[in-house]
Design a protein around this ligand. Structure first.
Ligand code: ATP
Ligand code: MG
Length: 266
């Protein structure tokens, strides 16, 4: 059974998409069966793994409104994982879903038959708390929160935690915080160090030990339609996302497969 994670933060530009794409590729390279779902009409995660956002492309939009099935939309990327792509059409789902029954549960239902095929399902959420994000949070078991360690980050986090509580109370009682990921990290900044320290004080072991540094190769890779491990495997960014994937497996998140090198913990 797949572990289903929503990569989410209503704040824009904190590294959600970069994390979803690169973590998917790194987990796949460690032998995990991975599905990434692009829940953002911007479609950045889709292009970031080399899938062209053609207008006619069946996307997660068709799944949400019940016009296509999961297997009709799923695409195999060149990087060892599958994707449910998105394009601008997905923005329309917001309006169309309002009319629909059990609108918060559409994605969860669509994924129920696919869960056995994967070890991880990662969802790239848009920077908003809209019906798409809610569908992601209802389908997920837990959330991974990428955050940039800057002044407003902690304030934003308070809002996000309140939202998660609401979702837990009303729609998905099992939803947990999987972990907080420090992204775009600049160790030379005193403020960054300070906010990072506060984060660890508040959230303890929920904060991943792995830190994602600011690294230009991570910003360049999407324009080649590649995750960074396929673009510059030796870069600091690639190493950081590999370390994060390994940390997740060491926590016991993945399936232990014979012959696949990973942490010793079961
Ligand atoms: P949005 O809220 O718009 O969906 P996001 O949270 O998904 O944004 P990304 O798109 O992953 O954030 O990242 C924002 C920008 O920062 C992108 O241009 C990306 O290439 C760049 N970026 C992300 N992480 C890093 C990093 N660790 N080092 C350098 N650049 C990064
Ligand atoms: Mg994004």
């Amino acid at each position: 059974m797949a572990k289903i994670l929503a990569v989410t933060n209503q704040k824009g530009g904190v590294g959600k998409t970069t994390t979803a794409v690169n973590l998917s590729a790194c987990l796949a390279s460690l032998g995990q069966r991975v599905l990434m779902i692009d829940l953002d009409p911007q479609g950045n995660a889709t292009t970031g793994c080399g899938v062209v956002k053609r207008v006619a492309l069946p996307t997660v939009y068709q799944i949400l409104i019940g016009r296509s099935t999961f297997s009709e939309v799923r695409i195999r990327t060149d990087f060892g994982f599958d994707i449910l792509p998105a394009n601008r059409e997905l923005a329309g789902a917001e309006v169309e879903l309002i009319e629909m029954e059990a609108r918060e549960y559409r994605l969860r239902e669509a994924l129920s038959s696919a869960r056995d095929e994967y070890d991880f399902i990662l969802m790239d959420c848009p920077p908003a708390l809209n019906m798409l994000t809610v569908n992601g949070l209802v389908a997920a078991e837990s959330v991974m929160i990428p955050m940039q360690c800057e002044y407003y980050a902690l304030e934003g986090l308070t809002d996000l935690v309140a939202t998660l509580k609401k979702v837990r109370a009303n729609l998905n009682s099992k939803l947990e915080i999987e972990g907080l990921l420090r992204t775009l990290f600049d160790p030379r900044s005193t403020l960054t160090q300070q906010v990072s320290g506060e984060l660890v004080d508040h959230f303890g072991s929920k904060v991943y030990r792995t830190i994602i540094p600011r690294n230009v190769r991570l910003a360049e890779a999407p324009s080649y339609g590649k995750p960074v491990i396929a673009f510059d495997r030796a870069s600091k960014g690639a190493q950081a996302y590999m370390a994060l994937a390994q940390e997740m497996l060491d926590r016991g998140d993945g399936l232990v497969r014979p012959g696949v090198a990973q942490g010793a913990e079961a």
